[in-house]
Design a binder for this molecule. Structure first.
Ligand code: TYD
Length: 138
């Protein structure tokens, strides 16, 4: 996995009754969960994201369907396929993300470490490169 990303496996309490996955802040994810949001109904061929965050950390879970997440730092890039509701993609500070190839039934849920603020976003790739080169330099 690229820097500042990792997959997290959550315990799946599954059986004849179906599946149940519980996620506790500061225990199953490495931050206190301050915000939850979800993305549904994304048309085919739409790519979302195209930004990074300075302070925000997130865990992305695909509760239904499938979606691909492209994560990038200035020197690394990887595409992660999410299609298992018991596995989350942790995205830490200063990682660029793009979400694409949503299926019609995809439900993408995001657990976030901070309340929403537009000031934490870096949406310009040139600005991102400049800040991230500085952030990731040894
Ligand atoms: P954005 O983060 O740009 O979505 P994506 O990266 O998936 O394309 O958010 C889309 C819009 O929703 C934008 O106008 C900001 C708003 N928004 C909130 O108001 N609160 C939130 O918690 C989030 C994530 C977005």
């Amino acid at each position: 996995m690229i820097t500042n990303t990792k997959m997290i496996s959550f315990q799946d309490h599954s059986g004849k009754l179906g599946h149940l996955v519980a996620i506790e802040g500061n225990r199953d994810v490495p931050f206190e969960i301050k915000r939850v949001y979800y993305i549904t109904g994304v048309p085919e061929h739409v790519t979302r994201g195209f930004h990074s965050h300075r302070k925000l950390e997130q865990v992305l879970l695909c509760l239904n369907g499938e979606v691909k997440i492209r994560v990038k730092t200035p020197r690394e890039e990887e595409t992660v396929v999410l299609n298992d509701p018991s596995k989350g993609l942790f995205i830490g500070h200063m990682v660029w993300r793009e979400m694409f190839d949503f299926t019609p039934s995809t439900v993408l849920m995001v657990l976030a470490s901070e309340y929403y603020t537009k000031y934490d976003y870096i949406r310009d790739y040139g600005q991102y490169s400049a800040e991230a080169n500085n952030f990731f330099k040894e």
